[in-house]
Design a protein around this ligand. Structure first.
Ligand SMILES: [Zn+2]
Length: 184
């Protein structure tokens, strides 16, 4: 994976383009030459956020570190208050883009976590089911098959469990704030 390429070029490009928009809007505003609707269009209020944990948002799964825009859904404020889902992404900060799917990330380590989870085919390979031996009784074989099913299921769960445990440590949910935001 060419980390430097994906980290540098595309990341800076995004930040600079937005900075240019903002500066352009300021100049137009100061000159007083542009009609209001044009000024608004030049500086859209599109703060970006970064996902502090893996979660589903509006039909897609965001990975930890992934940079995205809010869709203005009812839960946005609650999730922001919970503090463990996402936080504003500072404009101009470096961005690390995935060279497989183009999604952008806050930290290189987070991009690598995404790469492992989404693009690494070796991430979780369930063990092959047992093969019925010559002369093995049907009952005995089915028992072995059941044991295999349980073991494979546990292994699949364990790989998600360890991700969840890690994310609960680095991005704990602040549940004390749910009541306040419901009342607000
Ligand atoms: Zn990717």
């Amino acid at each position: 994976m060419s980390k430097e390429k994906s980290a540098g070029a595309s990341g800076r490009g995004v930040a600079t383009r937005e900075a240019a928009h903002a500066i352009g809007a300021q100049i137009m505003g100061a000159a007083g030459a542009a009609p209001d609707h044009l000024t608004h269009r030049a500086a859209p209020p599109d703060t970006r956020y970064w996902a502090k944990r893996t979660f589903d948002y509006c039909g897609r799964t965001l990975d930890r570190g992934q940079i995205f825009r809010l869709k203005g859904v009812a839960n946005d404020k609650l999730m922001l208050d919970l503090d463990g889902y996402f936080a504003p992404f500072a404009d101009g900060a470096p961005i690390y883009a995935c060279n497989r799917c183009g999604e952008e990330f806050k930290e290189l380590a987070m991009l690598e976590g995404h790469g492992k989870a989404r693009h690494d085919p070796k991430r979780f390979v369930p063990p092959s089911p047992p093969i019925r031996e010559d002369g093995e009784k049907r009952e005995s074989y089915e028992n072995r098959l059941d044991e295999w099913r349980v073991r494979a299921g546990r292994m699949a769960d364990a790989s998600e469990d360890s991700r969840d445990r890690h994310e609960n440590e680095v991005a704990p949910l602040d549940l004390t704030r749910t009541q306040a935001s419901r009342e607000a």
